[in-house]
Design a protein around this ligand. Structure first.
Ligand SMILES: Cc1cc2nc3c(=O)[nH]c(=O)nc-3n(C[C@H](O)[C@H](O)[C@H](O)COP(=O)(O)OP(=O)(O)OC[C@H]3O[C@@H](n4cnc5c(N)ncnc54)[C@H](O)[C@@H]3O)c2cc1C
Length: 280
């Protein structure tokens, strides 16, 4: 069994937390810090996520819990951080929570990234909400003394959230934008290939863009020794492997299987992702 299928957390449960900090980072994203028990924060790994119970607000009653990656733990013991895009009913309701409010979270859910201590340098390619998912991986790599190359993709410079992504980690950062077309597939393809040619990289990780994922899958075909992993973002309901609403097809060298993004993932080998499924 590939090591990406590390066992999910053993003790998934619902936890009642208190809002310690909740503020806008820019005009679309909010930062949320919750107090939880120290054990919960301690066992949460990069790439894992929680199901957040959104409150009822403005006549909306979000029924399903909303999946959110762990953005970080700390700075104090027993605190968990999230960084989320306010998009629909659930996240709009979430955005109304005030300091001191109580909220329920379920987790930690899912698996984590493979980050080997012997790695010397990794390449992280992130866009949009992918930044929130990748930030703890950057922190873990920096703490392990692994050098980081980062490609950050955003609509425009004002959307980048560079400081929120790096959180003090040293990295060789390359920014690309839709606004000047530097984020185009051909440009990022050239950039990734140049960076891989210039320096040895042990692994590539991505999250937040299907377009970038497919591009990296192609690039990895030319670099067999490099590990490639993606944190998949898939619509899901229960988040713990029961409802099967988040299954996706994966192909491990001809061995095709439907896997649950919430349970076997959300982190998968980039090489196993099937981009388009043809029926009929
Ligand atoms: C494993 C995982 C980690 C995620 N981490 C983050 C994160 O760190 N920050 C962040 O901003 N967003 C993250 N997302 C996306 C986030 O779950 C959705 O933006 C959120 O559920 C939208 O809810 P809503 O009610 O505001 O939107 P609506 O569109 O009203 O949601 C309707 C339904 O669709 C689901 N849904 C809508 N968009 C998504 C989506 N992109 N992914 C999964 N389900 C969706 C909702 O959960 C809800 O059940 C993550 C998704 C997954 C699967």
């Amino acid at each position: 069994m590939p090591d990406c299928f590390q066992r999910n957390a053993e003790h998934v449960a619902s936890h009642r937390c208190t809002v310690l900090e909740h503020r806008w980072v820019n005009d679309r994203y909010k930062y949320l810090r919750l107090s939880s028990n120290a054990e919960l924060a301690r066992m949460t790994r990069p790439g894992q996520f929680y199901q957040l119970k959104c409150p009822s607000a403005a006549g909306q009653h979000p029924f399903l819990l909303r999946p959110m990656s762990v953005y970080g733990v700390g700075p104090e013991a027993g605190t968990i951080e999230f960084l989320y895009n306010v998009t629909g009913a659930g996240t709009r309701a979430l955005a109304t929570l005030g300091i001191g409010d109580a909220m329920e979270i379920v987790g930690p859910l899912g698996n984590t990234f493979v980050l080997r201590p012997e790695f010397e340098r990794i390449l992280v390619v992130a866009r949009g909400v992918g930044l929130a998912t990748m930030a703890p991986l950057l922190k873990a790599a920096a703490q392990a003394g692994i050098a980081i190359t980062a490609i950050m993709s955003a609509r425009a410079p004002k959307d980048l959230m560079r400081d929120e992504f790096l959180r003090g980690a040293e990295a060789d950062v390359h920014c690309v934008f839709d606004s000047d077309d530097s984020s185009s597939v051909s440009n990022v393809d050239t950039l990734v290939r140049r960076l891989l040619a210039e320096q040895h990289h042990d692994a590539i990780y991505t999250c937040g863009s299907h377009r970038l994922l497919m591009l990296l899958q192609k690039v990895l075909q030319d670099h067999p020794p490099i590990l490639g992993e993606v944190a998949m973002e898939q619509r899901m309901a229960c988040g713990m492997g029961v409802c099967l609403s988040c299954v996706r097809l994966f192909d491990d060298a001809g061995d095709k299987q439907f896997l649950r993004v919430c349970r076997e993932g959300p982190v998968f080998p980039i090489r196993h992702v099937v981009g388009e499924v043809e029926f009929g």
